[in-house]
Design a protein around this ligand. Sequence first.
Ligand code: ZN
Ligand code: ZN
Ligand code: FE
Length: 752
Amino acid sequence: MAGVVQGVGFRPFTHALASRLGLGGHVGNDGHGVFIDVEGPAAKIEVFLGDLRDQAPPMAVVDGIDVVALPPLGVRGFRIGLSRREDSRSTFVPPDSATCTECLRELADRADRRFAHPFANCTHCGPRFTIVRDIPYDRPATTMSDFGMCPACAAEYDDPVDRRFHAQPVCCPACGPALNLSDAAGAPIPGDPIAAAAQALRRGEVLAVKGIGGFHLAVDARAEAAVAELRARKHRSEKPFAVMVPSVREARRLCAVDEAAERVLSSWRAPIVLLDRLESTGLAPSVAPGNRQLGVLVAYTPMHHLLLREFAGPIVLTSGNVAEEPICHEDAEVLGALSGIADEFLGHDREIHVRADDSVVRMFRGLPMPLRRSRGYVPEPVRVPWEFPRAVLACGAELKSTFALARGREVFVSQHIGDLENFQTLRSFRAGVEHFRKLFGIDPQVVAHDLHPEYLSTKHAQHLMETELVPDIELIGVQHHHAHIAACLADNEEAGPVLGVAFDGLGFGTDGTMWGGEFLIADLAGFQRAAHLEPVAMPGGRAAILQPWRMAAAFLRACPDLDGPEPELAQRRQNWRAVTELAGHPELCPRTSSAGRLFDAVAALLGVRDQVGYEGQAAIELEQLADPGETGELGEPPGSVVDGGKLVLRSTDLVRSVVTELRAGIPAPSVAARFHNSVARLIAETCSLLRESTGLSSVALSGGVFQNALLLNRAVTELEHNGFRVLVHSRVPANDGGISLGQAVVAGARIS
Ligand code: ZN
Ligand code: ZN
Ligand code: FE
């Protein structure tokens, strides 16, 4: 039997089922999943097989049951066997799971031997992926191997009817890991670590907390001074922080939580969920400045629950890392890395083998749409309805990097690695690839990569090619936006062809320029660029990403009929002339058809901001500024020209309309919303035109710009109104975190 069947209570479940039906035999784990030998009357075995699938434990995913008839051995009674060690490793390690309700009940029960035990877990919950060193997934192959079970825990572990039967990380206060608290110099702080850590939070200090997939930094979410201090020390000026609460009930005090959001918040995956924040929350303004939304997550380990109960309030919880480096996960590195940021360290002696950030999702039409896929989701594979003829490694892009390993009908997409722009992240990327190769026994024969020659992920692919001992490893370059659309297809278990709308920041095009506002006619194997936004100068190249006002200047320069643009951007008057001058010299600045840069320009024109701290910030804030009640569009619809067989959409017309409406005194929130609506209309109308020439009536929307829920919602509405079937993301992010999945399926299609 294959699927997510190890470490999720499958053997005890099988035991209970077989015992109830009076069947004999045994069950065990092997490298392929779970194997069961069962004997008894045929009718009962029939019931057994049905229930095996239908009544499986909550975290289990049964992919397939292979049944082989064997002569009966006359076995009475059903027992649970040990794991068979085998070389072929194709089974799944489950994702980490938030504390279950049963364990929570014990945590609060003074009479229970796990009362207030920070590491309580069972077959339905607890750490998994982040503690597994190797498979088969058994205790000796996890970071719990250092902890010998006490007799009481061993009895539960061996008792087939116990909730902790073969729960690999099972432990209690007598035998499990222990918390510790130290100051910034590493000196132990005496007393109860939870009580003392809560005290530190109350004093407004920054607390480093060792969680499931790494260290976090925590402060009192209601104390402005503490939150501002954390921002200053982390050099993180504006990016919103997430807030952890003990329960969905507490989340309701901060945000609008509907039923769908409640299901996601309280699920065992326990991601950060972006939700509309309420008017008065009592939270410090610096938690999420300028944002209508707030990222909220419910406590997902007993330790978090104990800390929040002791502290009695919401806490800011953000990744414990230095600037853009990966989240810290090793005790040895954390003091050095975070000593300038955290005042105290709440740690423990259970090792984290694999780092995993918190996952982030946004709700779209009642379903979670992943923005960052990590803890709680990884390493669950993305299953596709076709076969990879050979094993594939896909190296991903650069920002929000992930990689993917594929074989059979599964793609194992890695956790969020981070921006592959520094050595630490590259190291983490390489280590991650090695770990996945070992864990899933995949030796890639094909390596897929982005076309951008300067991405570290591309260089890693070439490095593998040059150094691997695999004799004829094949390299396949995949165009960035084709990968986005292929990711969306795979996300929906489809193969196309489809009209693909890829709107994002920047991606390397096949003509050597930077693309990002693309309409592709695509299937998995290939694509044709059918239409795109008009290329506009990016004055100063990379500087234009961090200073959206430069994009505004470039767009305005492309509208010569608009005289005197300075009033819109008075604050940059000094540099203005130099930049417009620069924009006029195509040989001096790269040109891009990027939709992300168009959103940047409009954000700058509407006074959202001139500078950003991270890619996409201005566009995110533009969405927040937009009045959701505004249904109108900008006065003039954008025109188009045909150039080299491609439809070029005049995005400068949109910018001209924005300026005209601003000058007419229309408030910025209305103009922002009209801009969104006009872009949605442009998408729908362009797709309608392409449908006439191609007959295609399905549209896939992907790329980082579609993290914008307002734009996505309006675009889907318009497209559906025009009779299209629309595919959006629900398993991997629309941003570059989904690129590795897209590269993998494109490579798979090309070698088929
Ligand atoms: Zn549990
Ligand atoms: Zn114990
Ligand atoms: Fe992209």
